[in-house]
Design a protein around this ligand. Structure first.
Ligand SMILES: [Mg+2]
Length: 145
């Protein structure tokens, strides 16, 4: 149980649970930057360095992870392959998946959306941009218990 998110109405009483986010990127630096933003938003965070690792983490955390932020370009299994694998599994039907991309990969984003990504966000992004994207897909960092 956690305290209400900043900005929550004072008469909006009740328990809140933090939503868990899986950050998948082969750059530890980028994972750290994204993790900091998500923690500021009130999320719990777990990490993976590529798609193969991400599938292992989500197998264990499948009841907790509500959102995956996946890099596009990664060794072993890239973001698109991970996306396709997750969308093949009915257990993850309600899982939100946002692709994290660089400007040069932007032309791949149509295929990512076709493959079932909920949104994409271009690196580097600010907290405000991420909040906007998460709002748009209906993901709240904290949910009523
Ligand atoms: Mg990468």
């Amino acid at each position: 149980m956690a305290s209400p998110p900043p900005g929550a109405s004072p008469n909006n009483e009740g328990a809140y649970v933090m939503s868990k986010v899986l950050v998948v990127d082969d750059s530890r630096t980028i994972r750290t930057i994204i993790r900091r933003i998500l923690i500021e938003l009130g999320c719990e965070v777990c990490e993976a360095g590529n798609g193969v690792e991400a599938l292992k983490v989500i197998e264990v955390e499948k009841d907790n992870v509500k959102l995956v932020l996946a890099d596009w370009n990664m060794p072993e299994m890239n973001g698109l392959e991970l996306l396709v694998r997750l969308r093949q599994d009915p257990a993850f039907a309600s899982l939100k998946i946002v692709m994290v991309t660089t400007e040069t990969e932007m032309d791949h984003m149509a295929s990512a959306l076709e493959a079932g990504a909920d949104e994409y966000v271009m690196k580097p992004f600010t907290k405000d941009i991420l909040v906007e994207k998460l709002d748009f897909i209906g993901f709240s960092p904290m949910a009523r218990a």
